[in-house]
Design a binder for this molecule. Structure first.
Ligand SMILES: Nc1ncnc2c1ncn2[C@@H]1O[C@H](COP(=O)(O)OP(=O)(O)OP(=O)(O)O)[C@@H](O)[C@H]1O
Length: 293
């Protein structure tokens, strides 16, 4: 199955002059791309361009060789998109809502009926299919969001910050769902939370302030942080100072003080030991190096 997305020098400026994207390049094939970046990095702006909802100000995006700004329909037929601000009609049941969206997407009636059932099953909502969406939890609504994005069995699935507002259990379930969906398609999942993608992403792109800072395998990013991740236990009285001076990825209260995990060019202080960087450390180190934290 052919599925090649190329983002070439894409820039975007909002009407108020704010430059949200500056020369972003990505070459993607089947698999799950985790698109990581702090708030305001430009992830949603890029997702909307990829979903053909806005056009790049400069550069271009091609889907299997076709420029999506010139011929958006070539991609739209193969696209599933879950926007960040996905809303549902609370009075409709999950089945009614999906049937409605299937009609909007132009699926023939018989195919629509089958696909609604299949997609509800895929996201684990068959049992709840006839319940009103108004009574659904946040996690269930997000699963409805994924179900609607899957109606046309897309080859490109774009999910923008899907775990915002979900509780830890729902978050975990959602991550498993995304992993199961990958197959032969390209899934782009944007988030500012490393743990959303660390178990599932086959490749990783990191953005900050409209620029792509990294694109590659998670292992490559972790290798870049080697020697710069530290564990350091400090008394509680020194915590505020440590927070001000270092990029801290986690802290744990222990009997002998606060055990910090942080990234730093050099040893943060006496008693600190170098540790093997995990993805969280590596992400933080990248942002730190680019002054983007
Ligand atoms: N309609 C708009 N007009 C002007 N600036 C905007 C508009 N929408 C977004 N921006 C700005 O563009 C930048 C990128 O926003 P974008 O929403 O793409 O980032 P993001 O990485 O998705 O972050 P978040 O998770 O906070 O949405 C931000 O600085 C944001 O304030």
């Amino acid at each position: 199955m052919h599925c090649e997305l190329r983002v070439e020098g894409v820039g975007y400026r909002y009407p108020n002059g704010h430059e949200a994207l500056a020369g972003v390049d990505l070459a993607l094939g089947p698999g799950i791309l985790g698109l990581l970046g702090p708030n305001g990095a430009g992830k949603s702006t890029l997702m909307r361009i990829l979903a053909t909802l806005s056009r790049p100000g400069s550069g271009r995006v091609t889907w299997n060789g076709t420029d999506i700004a010139r011929q958006p329909d070539a991609l739209r037929a193969e696209l599933g998109y879950l926007p960040q601000d996905f809303g549902v009609y609370p009075a409709l049941s999950a089945r009614e809502f999906l049937a409605y969206l299937a009609a909007v997407k132009g699926l023939p009636l018989k195919r629509a009926r089958d696909r609604v059932d299949e997609c509800l099953a895929l996201v684990g909502l068959s049992e709840a299919a006839d319940r009103r969406l108004g009574g659904f939890s946040g996690g269930m609504r997000q699963r409805v969001g994924i179900a609607q994005a899957l109606l046309n069995d897309p080859r490109l699935l774009i999910v923008d910050e899907p775990t915002v507002g979900l509780d830890p259990e729902e978050r975990l379930r959602f991550r498993h769902l995304i992993t199961d969906l990958a197959g032969q398609r390209l899934v782009i999942l944007s988030t500012h939370i490393v743990s959303d993608i660390e178990a599932s992403a086959t490749s990783l792109a990191v953005m900050a302030r409209g620029k792509r800072l990294f694109h590659g395998e998670p292992e490559q990013l972790m290798a870049q942080a080697s020697g710069h991740a530290w564990e350091w236990t400090v008394p509680e009285s020194e915590l505020a100072d440590a927070r001000a001076r270092f990029a801290i990825s986690s802290s744990l209260r222990r009997a002998d003080g606060i055990r910090l995990r942080l990234v730093s060019e050099q040893s943060p202080g006496q008693g600190a030991t170098v540790v093997e960087p995990d993805l969280e450390d590596a992400y933080l180190w990248l942002l730190e190096r680019h002054g983007a934290r």
